[in-house]
Design a protein around this ligand. Sequence first.
Ligand code: BES
Ligand code: MN
Length: 457
Amino acid sequence: MDLSPQAITFAHANSARFLTEMKELLSIASISTDPEKNPDMLQAATWLMAELKKRAFENIQLLPTKKHPIVFAEWLGAGADKPTVLVYGHYDVQPADPLDLWESSPFEPTIRGDLIFARGASDMKGQIMACLKAIESIQSAGAFPVNLKFLFEGEEEIGSPNLEPFIREHTDLLKCDLALNPDSGMIAADIPTVVYGLRGLAYFEIRLRGQATDLHSGLWGGVVQNPANVLADLLAGMKDKDHHITLPGFYDRVRPLSAIEKQEIARLPMDEKYYLAGTGARKLVGEKGYSWIELASTRPTLDVNGMYSGFMGEGSKTVIPCYAMAKVSMRLVPDQDPEEIRQSLVKYIEARLPVTMTYEVIVHAGNPASFTDPNTPGVRALEKALEVVYGKRPVFKREGGSIPVVGHMKHLLNAESVLTGFGLPDDNLHAPNEHLNLPNWYRGIDTLIHFFYNLQP
Ligand code: BES
Ligand code: MN
């Protein structure tokens, strides 16, 4: 039965309370990378468990991992003949720094106009709340049309290091027909979007050590090699003048775009202007021979995400540092393999590193790119739902960001992920003043209500 009109009436009547509850979750500083925030991580997980308890879910558990716990719950009351949907979410957020660039405090959710500002508003506590509130609205209207499981992890923003073994050990518990993953987003508030591909990520820390200690750059400068200079040279050499990545074998496994996909992508409204506006860059720069949208979603990248060496304090200090470090990550596309990319980085460093230096490469994250088959009942259900709520057919796009769980669910649970989300490209994800567009969030709740009813066989 499709009781979506009743469910949507409930959602609209309760919209103010939904917002209040989202603010509660947004007030918790659940920054997964910061050990000082471990109590907040636990608080966010506990908050979600309490929310699930209110809705009479069963088997609600806080399952430990090596770092942050996973929240699980289920409701299998629809019966074995109905599909089971695994709803994924991550309750962790990125650090809020630099704090002084926020116009309101990151963990005091603040509404200005149509936007709610808080770390995690768009990525992705707001998206978790949209799912939970859609589900609540459906429950208020009658029996839930499909079976549900929930997996809320706390380590997505650090690359989900403990999720693969967790899923491997809990394949029975997590068994499902499809996953709903609301951790991606839309192209624009008036362009309903289905995401069918994500890039992967290979994230490294490169450490160089020169002589045993820092040295006076006047007394000793001129006769020793400086690890900061050497690291700069290594990093600069990782791309040629055409912005092509030079690591040996880096592109070997890159699957070329099919002619059809190339055409489809070219139709999306994402031209130079779009990327200029979205980035605030003076000029776009990228590998020769590809359109901007191809570069931002279907080609691999290499970026320095952080660098450290020598004196970083106020003022000046004349020193030759003994140590230099850079954090370097690559966005991967099908069929690149994170371990092969590590080997190619190591080969590159070994071929160039002068004898004055020793090096170390630390792996922070590695997950391959993923694709969702658009011809599945889950994607069709989402497509129909978006069309009803937004009044136009959705576009299909590949996203440049990464969500490690999508690949794990496919390989370990044989479950395709339906990727959605109601955040927008200018929500300042991972940046100061992250926000969520509230009218679009409410449309998202309506969309998810339709989605679940559309899944009925
Ligand atoms: N939600 C993002 C990824 C995303 C953003 C997908 C917008 C589609 C549209 C996710 O939380 C994220 O930021 N992931 C990290 C993953 C990494 C730490 C392994 C990323 O892409 O940097
Ligand atoms: Mn996210």
